[in-house]
Design a protein around this ligand. Structure first.
Ligand code: C2E
Ligand code: CA
Ligand code: CA
Length: 587
């Protein structure tokens, strides 16, 4: 072996060890040596294996014999220029085997010079990367395509959307993004199994593809969510909307046709949200997806199996909610809450207790009513920390009243929301709060609504009994607005029914409300429960309630919900007046 050959072995084997050099030359890597004019003088076994040419067939030829025809002439010119300049070139290249197959290889070419710096040979080391190329393609396909339906995935869709947005700023045609969600997929998946679910998704994918024109994109975002991207609509907004409308109708019809899923015959419907875009607006793909998603949600709200266009007012409402949610989180962190107290009185006008009603005191001092944030707090789970804070604060207040003249007998009612009550350790949380503050548990009353009680009734009864055992009481709030049957009310360890204020409001003028109130009171009596009426605003209402048999009242007639010092002033003021038993005047 000539020194020049071993000098170029890829592992930099020492020149003086021809034996090792020869071994390397017969390694897995294909090797080809040419003379200075580019004629092949030697190849190894791996070269023979990779290219399919025998040594005899190639020696004396030039490597052009291997060329695939896939590269432009410039490609080779750049390559040879690099070798002339740097002495080496390395890269990926397409070559052709003897059997005609074109394959990818990793190639490095090194120029070998003699002592005078003259090029004597070129040595090429080549590795067949067909396999790793396939693996790469597979990785690419996993990265950009959904394996089940072979549709583009979210990533590729976002990519495509970016391109379309950029291109759309160059012309005035509308484009549209449609968000498609199947209405009953989860049920189908749960009842018939995932295999059937997968079959449905594949067929939906096919039907979507065949509903579209070439050039439109349909992607699967995951689950049962598909997105269609349509370009080249009219340049007038109304015409473009009409085009999308008719495409939507086509998709609805296609997806409404019955499905044969293995042995199952099924029906499925989609809800579609569409948004139009124009001149690269909005610039962010995520905003577009969100708009289409909002519209889809509206389609669901409107009864499903239909299509809705994105509506900006809806987005404003959603943004407001998101703002309220983040403000609420901040309020929880910064403890921007206060409890107000509304007195509850008996038929003699004596204060018997109070209901704690939460207020959110914003940093500018504005007071926010719970009516505007409790439902959001429930949906977001924030009610749990709010509820714990209320319980804690109420217990602390009860403890403080023990030492305050004229306040120690008051029963304090707090509102407990469904999520809070159904936490597995709610009973324990209440007991611990009671213990921590050393209060008499009989002074604590929990107001629950019928909705809370109807859910998981056995657990509910168990939790109520656990707390009743230590003396905590329960009042059924907003009573009469739900569907409580006597049957199940009997099973609940309640101590009070609270007549909803809607029946109190028109009590004097509406005889059917009088009938309802009378019935509630009769029901309470047979169940041996107290009754309290809320929302009592006038003496006339109070008098009627008393006549019907209700002996406890709460409402603006006595006091609005007020901060604790005012409640204290009110109650101690009453007990100082000998005439208090007549009840306060209408204010
Ligand atoms: P609710 O438990 O039915 O509370 C009674 C609501 O009626 C209170 O509204 C109270 O201010 C109002 N009210 C009292 N007397 C009268 C009256 O004579 N006339 C009229 N028109 N209204 C009267 P608020 O304080 O805005 O609370 C609204 C709702 O927010 C409550 O209804 C309750 O469901 C919820 N809430 C209040 N505080 C809490 C709390 O700490 N935790 C939970 N989970 N919910 C709470
Ligand atoms: Ca209440
Ligand atoms: Ca109520």
């Amino acid at each position: 072996m000539s020194p020049s050959l071993s000098a170029c072995a890829p592992t930099h084997v020492a020149v003086h060890n021809p034996c090792v050099a020869a071994t390397v030359f017969e390694a897995a890597q294909g090797m080809m040596v040419t003379d200075a004019r580019g004629r092949i003088v030697r190849v190894n076994q791996a070269f023979v294996r990779i290219t399919g040419y025998s040594s005899e067939e190639v020696v004396g030829q030039t490597p052009r014999l291997l060329s695939s025809g896939r590269h432009v002439p410039d490609f080779y010119a750049v390559m040879w220029a690099a070798i002339a300049r740097d002495g080496i070139w390395e890269g990926e290249i397409w070559n052709r085997r003897k059997n005609g197959e074109v394959y990818p290889e990793h190639l490095s070419i090194t120029a070998v010079r003699d002592d005078d710096g003259e090029i004597t040979n070129y040595v090429a080391a080549l590795t067949d990367i067909t396999l790793s190329k396939a693996a790469n393609d597979e990785i690419r396909s996993l990265a950009f395509y959904d394996p089940l339906t072979r549709l583009p995935n979210r990533r590729l869709l976002l990519d495509r959307l970016r391109q379309v947005l950029a291109a759309s700023s160059q012309h005035d045609r509308y484009c549209a993004l449609m968000f498609i969600d199947l209405d009953n997929f989860k049920t189908l998946n749960d009842t018939l199994g995932h295999n059937v679910g997968d079959l449905l998704l594949s067929q939906v994918a096919e039907r979507l593809q065949s509903s579209l024109r070439k050039g439109d994109t349909v992607a699967r975002l995951g689950g049962d969510e598909f997105v269609v991207l349509v370009e080249g609509l009219s340049s007038g907004a109304l015409e473009a909307a009409a085009e999308v409308e008719s495409l939507g109708a086509k998709i609805l019809a296609a997806l409404n046709r019955p499905y044969e899923l293995g042995t199952h015959h099924c029906r499925s419907t989609p809800s579609i949200g569409a948004t139009l875009f124009h001149n690269g607006e909005p610039p962010q793909p995520d905003d577009l997806l969100m708009q289409a998603d909002i519209a889809m949600y509206q389609a669901k709200q409107a009864g499903r199996n239909g299509m809705r266009f994105f509506d900006r007012r809806m987005q404003d409402r959603i943004s407001e909610r998101a703002q309220l949610e983040s403000d609420l989180r901040h309020a929880i962190e910064c403890r921007q809450f206060a409890l107000y107290y509304q007195v509850q009185v008996d038929q003699h006008g004596k204060a018997r207790g109070a209901e704690a009603l939460i207020r959110w005191i914003r940093s500018d001092g504005a007071t926010v009513s719970p009516a505007s944030f409790i439902s959001l707090a429930e949906e977001t789970g924030l009610i749990l920390s709010i509820g714990s804070w209320v319980l804690e604060t109420a217990c602390a207040q009860l403890a403080a009243w023990q030492a305050a003249p004229g306040m120690a007998h008051l029963v304090l009612a707090i509102n407990v929301s469904a999520q809070q009550f159904h936490q597995p350790d709610f009973g324990r949380e209440v007991r611990m709060a009671v213990d921590r503050h050393g209060i008499d548990p009989r002074l604590l009353k929990l107001e629950l609504t019928e909705g809370v009680l109807l859910d998981k009734i056995e657990d509910t009864i168990a939790c109520m009994q656990e707390l009743k055992a230590i003396g905590v009481r329960f009042s059924l709030d907003d009573f009469g607005t739900g569907y409580s049957s006597l049957q199940y009310l009997k099973r609940l360890p309640l101590s009070q029914l609270k007549i909803d204020q809607s029946f109190v409001r028109d009590l004097a003028s509406d005889s059917s409300d009088q009938v309802i109130v009378r019935t509630i009171i009769a029901m309470a009596r047979s169940l041996q429960l107290d009754v309290i009426a809320e929302g009592v605003e006038t003496q006339a209402q109070r008098a009627l309630l008393e006549e019907l048999g209700c002996r406890r009242y709460q409402g603006y007639l006595y006091s609005r919900p007020v901060p604790e010092p005012q409640l204290r002033a009110l109650i101690t003021g009453w007990s100082d007046q000998p005439s208090a038993s007549a009840g306060p005047k209408n204010s």
